[in-house]
Design a protein. Structure first.
Length: 133
């Protein structure tokens, strides 16, 4: 086979892999109207009625949402500083957050968590679950 025949075949293989990857990511994405916090389901409206509202400054501007530390306290966990907290997004992305960061973070109405002065990698989108470890 010549070079002229291999390039289109290689391009088709790359295209098929890309399409398959996109289909897989969308198929495994979880779309929920609720957030599971340690096994209990809450709507975003319930979450906002439970905890106090906080505004923080990030490099993307001000973000307003539920204070994460207040939310965990009001849900009823005893020793809040004894645990780490795993935030899971609908796309499968997750981050484990320490109590120190929880005291500065917010969960917005669009179900995204923000922390001031941290890498954007900690900002999980479309939160579907908060697990206490």
């Amino acid at each position: 086979m010549g070079k002229d025949k291999l390039i289109p075949i290689f391009a088709m293989i790359v295209l098929i892999i890309g399409i398959s990857s996109a289909i897989y990511v969308h198929a495994t994405m979880v779309n929920k109207d609720t957030i599971t916090i340690q096994g209990e389901e809450y709507t975003i409206d319930q979450v906002f009625s439970i905890a106090q509202i906080r505004t923080i400054k990030t490099d993307e501007g001000e973000k307003t949402g539920v204070a994460l530390d207040d939310l965990i306290k009001k849900i009823g966990f005893g020793c809040t500083s004894c645990h780490n907290y795993v935030f899971k997004g609908g796309d499968g992305y997750q981050q484990t957050i320490s109590w120190d960061l929880m005291q500065k973070g917010v969960l917005t109405e669009n179900r995204k968590i923000y922390f001031p002065d941290t890498a954007h990698a900690l900002w999980v989108h479309d939160i579907v679950e908060i697990e206490v470890k």
